[in-house]
Design a protein around this ligand. Structure first.
Ligand code: MLT
Length: 336
């Protein structure tokens, strides 16, 4: 398996002239992976083993990751725009028909809008450490304050405010921390720090405004009929299990998994458990679909996938190896 660090990124042109960098692994049925804020596609490094069974499509969303180079440095205007970008990406890659879409936190908001705005493209949804509700006025104000601070002081403010809340707290008693868990946590901190520091201030401030303006999706999601997997870390304080429990009551066909000892970054904190849940869910979706005679989304026949829309390959940027409601816990949103 090629590590994310060595894998070439492709670039796909969007209808408005912006471009999206995307990393693609594997050749099975497509699985679109949408990263959280203010991260990039390399947060999915722990999911690379899934490329044995699926074609992983891992974009850097508008303004994030490799799109932060001067030619494509626009930040996101709205979550709806990011969903339209994801639809254009799938179409640009020549993916036909419904695919599995997985999004973490901000990526989960994008996945929800993708399912509502482009239902033809979404065969199943995996919503991870995310929520359906909009920000409270306090949360929105908190994002405004954070944006002002970041504009003055840079990304370090976000890294310092967010990282301790993104991961499950380390055990206070180091002797009782399983060694793998402690090591993995340190690695996660390094990865998150690298991604946040690489995210341009303009992207962070634009994304904070877009996150604060996103609508409540609870009503709209009642109309989403595809199979849904909801995954959340038991210790997630940003979007606690209660958020996903509420979501589970809304979807007609939802499976909810609460992963022990994880915070807001379940796929990074417990990749083996997360991947097993995803594989089990997608296997079930495929069996049901075959029984119903529904076609799978077309596989991409290797990369680059579609002549004309895929405009360039470029070297991957570095990537390493891979409840209870707490209203003040999301420094990206302030009080909720
Ligand atoms: C994320 O992890 O993507 C953000 O915390 C989402 C948010 O701030 O609502």
């Amino acid at each position: 398996m090629t590590s994310s660090a060595d894998h070439p990124l492709q670039t796909v042109l969007l209808p408005d002239g912006a471009s999206l960098a995307v990393e693609i692994h594997g050749e099975g049925p497509p699985l679109l992976l949408l990263h959280g804020f203010p991260l990039d596609h390399s947060m999915w490094v722990g999911q690379l083993p899934l490329a044995r069974s699926y074609q992983l499509i891992m974009p850097d969303q508008r303004g994030f990751g490799a799109n932060s180079c001067p030619a494509g440095s626009q930040g996101p205007a709205s979550i709806e725009q990011l969903a339209d970008d994801a639809a254009a990406l799938l179409e640009g890659l020549g993916v036909q028909g419904p695919v599995a879409v997985c999004g973490l936190s901000m990526g989960g908001y994008v996945a929800q809008h993708l399912a509502v705005r482009h239902p033809r493209l979404v065969g199943s949804l995996i919503l991870v450490d995310t929520k359906l509700e909009a920000d409270t006025p306090e949360a929105r104000a908190g994002r405004g304050e954070l944006a002002a601070k970041v504009s003055r002081l840079g990304q370090e403010v976000v890294a310092r405010a967010m990282i301790p809340n993104l991961l499950a707290a380390a055990s206070e008693d180091a002797a009782h921390q399983p060694p793998l868990q402690a090591q993995r946590r340190d690695q996660c901190v390094l990865e998150l720090t690298r991604m946040i520091h690489a995210c341009p201030v303009a992207t962070i401030t634009a994304a904070l405004a877009a996150l604060g303006a996103r609508p409540d999706m609870s009503q709209a999601m009642r109309g989403v009929a595809c199979p849904v997997l909801l995954v959340v870390g038991a210790l997630d304080t940003i979007t606690p299990p209660a958020c996903l429990e509420r979501a589970a009551g809304i979807f007609p066909h939802a499976r909810l998994r609460i992963v022990p000892d994880c915070g807001h970054m379940t796929p990074l904190e417990a990749p083996e458990i997360f991947n097993a849940e995803v594989e089990d869910f997608l296997r079930g979706v495929a069996v049901d679909r075959a029984a119903a005679g529904v076609l799978e989304g077309d596989r991409l026949a290797g990369a680059p996938a579609v002549a004309g829309r895929v405009v360039a390959g470029q070297p991957g940027h570095p990537a390493g190896q891979a409840g209870h409601s707490d209203p003040g816990a999301n420094p990206a949103a302030g009080e909720r």
